[in-house]
Design a protein around this ligand. Structure first.
Ligand code: NIG
Ligand code: FE
Length: 407
């Protein structure tokens, strides 16, 4: 593996000595940086960095980064990028005024993707997800969490998780897998929830653990999907197999899922478009990371996660795309960052912390990536020449990433 020296970097940002804990509350306002810097990559890791004057003389490749920023890659801690087909007919229905719930009630939504998943082969699923990953890479993403959840059957869920395993093996990106069998009740179990939960707990979980197919477990805790009690039961079962929870919660209704997820030891609670003060208090006395998905709010025209309320209370916040065919068909973290500034009143520095180190923490890869730290993987992005950091979220339709070093 060749050594790479980046010289004359206008600003090297996201420098944390340890880089293993999320950035919380008021600390998120600062993105520790070094201007006029160098950074040396050796054996795919950050070997050293500092003032440009102290740069080593030689490397296999030397890059002149004049006018450019170097940042940790985006850590996208919540996606559903393994799916078959797309759902733009639902998009047309949505334009006519139908809501996500109304579309689902008509046989659209998750069950629509489940039908297409049933018919799809592993090879075509892999190819489609691979293309999505490659595009995300060009936009600066270096780590991706990927969920199952369109299989909704024994074979279907395993098929999805095996595709994710192959993506892990072949991609240069850091990938984590999440078992989301509890994404929706499949049609044949609509009136027999108990039987489906038993399929998840008694048949799927042991097999998934046996094959080592998942890192996390997830449940869509929502009216019409999984109740708080059902959620707790499934998360507990996942814990018994060593899968830490990351939970879809408070997207359309506040049911008490945040507390239940925290009690189950959740690594993250995701969505939170709606939030009650007691959820904030519960989060404050936990290590669970809240994750906002502004692309989903944009696409479904639902409220944005109240970032200010969470950050001003002293909590960490992570940002992710939720890339999926129904509620957020985009893997563009640059757009997510822009939306967080424009719609959630987050500052550019808060956004960068949320999309790098906090994202890494939300998917448990903070030991390896997410910050400029000696010894961490050189999971770094180089911007095009820009006048300031704020230019990234300000230029909301552009891709100002010139190079992704995970490639
Ligand atoms: O995170 N809310 C549940 N799951 C996805 C949507 C999945 C779909 O519509 O296909 C989400 O928004
Ligand atoms: Fe999601």
């Amino acid at each position: 593996m060749k050594s790479i020296l980046l010289r004359n970097i206008k600003s090297l940002a996201g420098i944390y000595k340890e880089g293993t804990a999320p950035v919380c509350g008021a600390d998120m306002k600062t993105l520790p940086s070094c201007s006029d810097a160098y950074l040396m990559i050796e054996k795919g890791r950050i070997h050293s960095f500092g003032n440009n004057d102290d740069a080593p003389e030689r490397a296999d490749e030397v890059i002149d980064a004049t006018g450019r920023w170097v940042l940790p890659c985006w850590c996208d801690s919540h996606t559903h990028i393994v799916y078959a087909g797309s759902r733009e007919t639902e998009f047309a229905d949505k334009i006519k005024g139908l809501t996500y719930e109304e579309i689902a009630a008509r046989g659209g939504g998750i069950l629509n993707s489940a039908k297409r998943m049933y018919a799809a082969g592993e090879e075509e699923l892999f190819e489609a997800a691979w293309a999505r990953l490659e595009e995300m890479k060009t936009m600066g993403t270096g780590a991706v969490e990927i969920k199952s959840g369109y299989g909704l059957s024994y074979e279907g869920e395993l098929k999805m998780l095996r595709v994710i395993r192959k993506l892990k093996e072949k991609s240069s990106l850091t990938i984590k897998a999440t078992f989301l069998g509890a994404h929706s009740y499949p049609e044949q179990y609509q009136s027999n929830h108990e039987a489906y939960i038993r399929l998840l707990i008694e048949e799927l979980l042991p097999q998934i653990a046996h094959e080592g197919l998942a890192d996390f477990i997830d449940v869509f805790c929502e009216k019409g999907y999984f109740s708080v009690d059902e959620t707790s039961r499934i998360l507990e079962a996942g814990n018994n197999y060593g899968l830490q929870p990351k939970v879809h919660v408070n997207q359309f209704n506040v049911l008490g899922g945040v507390k239940a997820s925290i009690q189950a030891g959740a690594r993250s609670v995701d969505h939170l478009e709606l939030i009650h003060e007691e959820d904030v208090l519960a989060l404050l006395s936990s290590r669970t990371i809240p994750v906002a998905l502004p692309g989903c709010s944009l696409f479904l025209k639902i409220p944005y996660t109240p970032a200010r309320q969470l950050i001003d209370a002293g909590l960490p916040l992570a940002l992710a795309t939720d890339y999926n065919p129904g509620s957020a068909p985009s893997g563009n973290m640059n757009l997510v960052n822009a939306l967080a500034c424009i719609q959630m009143q987050m500052t550019p520095e808060e956004v960068m912390n949320a999309s790098t180190l906090n994202g890494a923490c939300a998917m448990d890869v903070q030991q390896h990536i997410g910050s400029i730290t000696v010894g961490k993987k050189a999971n770094l992005l180089l911007t095009k020449p820009i006048p300031s950091l704020a230019t990234l979220p300000y230029s909301f339709g552009s891709n100002l990433v010139e190079r992704n070093f995970t490639a």
